[in-house]
Write a protein that binds this ligand. Structure first.
Ligand SMILES: [Fe+2]
Length: 440
């Protein structure tokens, strides 16, 4: 099991965004400035209250190096969070030495790793500041709930440690998700919930490690070195798992793009459908895995066309009944491929049912109404809209207005009327925005 939980960021505004991003970049910079100010106040406070003891010098160096080690090689998640295992060091350092030392250890480690990683001054300042705030708040909670003064007492101080960990994760997730959400213009709640289970499991697995560091350090300070190897192994196992997931996704998406390109008229069709699905899912308030599954599946929804020969796929005239059956088989073939992959396991059914109709006259099963999975109903609307607004070998593209009318005319028969309404609202909003921009 991988052991990683800290969120940090590599996703701050570059400072030279174009006009259309101005609205999202300004709040991101203002937010970053506020976090930097609070963080630097806490770091200044930590420096002022830190009581340097010459005989402890090697201890400070050792912990700074230990913390640096855990900040090295962060794992970038699909939602742009960067995960490290430094949570274990921060929690154990604040229990053993208090907040000022823990904040200074974290600050030194981040200056070293962000400098080596060439992340730039802006990102470095934000990372050290958000860690200072996170550690400080975790310490306050630990201090409030701690039963004894002096060393950690497992039986009585366990609740204090658990509450402190919960606050650490909550604050860390919130601070980092907010800056990513503001700088990318995405919804905060979606950023917060994206991949949350995976990240929480890794956080939870680090709580006992923190405890082990505290116990081992009390017993013999140098003995915590024996934890370095298992920590590194766990981190790299998790990194391998994430790499495998990303490579699977990239490979399947590349294959889907190649299949789209077999027909010059459908080139980039799946990418556009995924964009439409993202807008609908956003408007419907889908979060976490539901949102991610929707987008990743839309990108590859026509993968099953790999089984359709060119003579049918590229045919300009009407398809015979036999040819129609082969073409319709692409939904099942796509499902068969995707359901074997863990990453697509939960959403492969969207592909299977994406040609079902709301009135039950679709294929492959003739499902009706809300019995069709929500993802498949969204996909059907987005897929049809893109098909209508693109040139095809057998007809010219319809205008957006004409395609919107077609969607509305077929709401309740071919399409889920609620989803059509949501999508039409989005399209009309975009049209109004484009008209305003043109007038300016
Ligand atoms: Fe399809």
């Amino acid at each position: 099991m991988g052991k990683t939980a800290n969120r940090k960021t590599d996703q701050l505004p570059a400072g030279s965004q174009k006009n259309k991003y101005r609205m999202t970049v300004k709040p991101a910079l203002a937010y970053q400035l506020v976090i930097d100010c609070i963080g630097f106040f806490l770091i200044f406070q930590a420096v002022m209250t830190f009581q340097f003891q010459a005989e402890m010098l090697w201890v400070y160096i050792f912990w700074a190096l230990f913390s640096t080690f855990t900040e090295m090689k962060p794992i970038t998640m699909p939602n742009n969070d960067q995960l490290t295992i430094s949570f274990a060091v921060h929690i154990s350092a604040l229990i053993l030495f208090g907040a000022p030392t823990a904040i200074l250890i974290s600050t030194v480690a981040n200056i070293i790793t962000d400098t080596i990683g060439k992340r730039g001054l802006k990102k470095m300042l934000f990372n050290i500041s958000q860690y200072a705030i996170t550690i400080h708040l975790a310490w306050l909670v630990y201090d409030i709930f701690k039963w004894n003064t002096g060393p950690l007492h497992l039986k009585t101080d366990a609740p204090a440690m658990i509450f402190s960990c919960l606050i650490y994760v909550t604050v860390n997730f919130f601070l980092v998700s907010t800056v990513i959400s503001l700088s990318q213009g995405t919804r905060l709640v979606r950023q917060l919930t994206s991949d949350i289970m995976l990240e929480l499991i890794h956080f939870a697995s680090l709580v006992p490690v923190s405890l082990l560091i505290v116990i081992l350090y009390d017993y013999e300070p140098l003995s915590i070195i024996i934890l370095l190897l298992p920590l590194a192994m766990a981190h790299f196992s998790f990194e391998n798992y994430m790499n495998l997931r990303t490579e699977t996704r990239n490979t399947i998406e590349a294959l889907a793009d190649i299949i789209d390109q077999r027909d010059s008229y459908t080139s980039e069709h799946s990418q556009r459908v995924a964009r439409y699905c993202s807008k609908i899912a956003d408007e419907l308030g889908l979060l976490g895995n539901n949102y991610e599954n929707m987008i990743t599946t839309a990108r590859v929804h026509d993968l099953g066309k790999v089984s359709v020969p060119d003579s049918i796929l590229l045919k300009a005239g009407h398809l015979t009944l036999e040819e129609q059956a082969i073409m319709a088989g692409h939904a099942q073939v796509g499902f068969k491929i995707l359901s074997n992959l863990r990453f697509y396991k939960h959403s492969a059914l969207y592909v299977y049912y994406h040609h079902e109709r709301y009135d039950g006259k679709g294929y492959p099963k003739g499902l009706k109404g809300k019995n069709i999975p929500l993802g498949a109903r969204i996909l059907a609307v987005a897929d049809s809209f893109d098909a209508m607004t693109s040139d095809r070998i057998y007809r010219k593209a319809l205008s957006r207005e004409h395609a919107i009318k077609e969607l509305m005319d077929n709401a309740g028969t071919q399409f889920d009327p609620d989803i059509v309404q949501v999508f039409v609202n989005i399209l009309q909003r975009e049209n109004a925005l484009n008209n305003d921009t043109r007038k300016e």
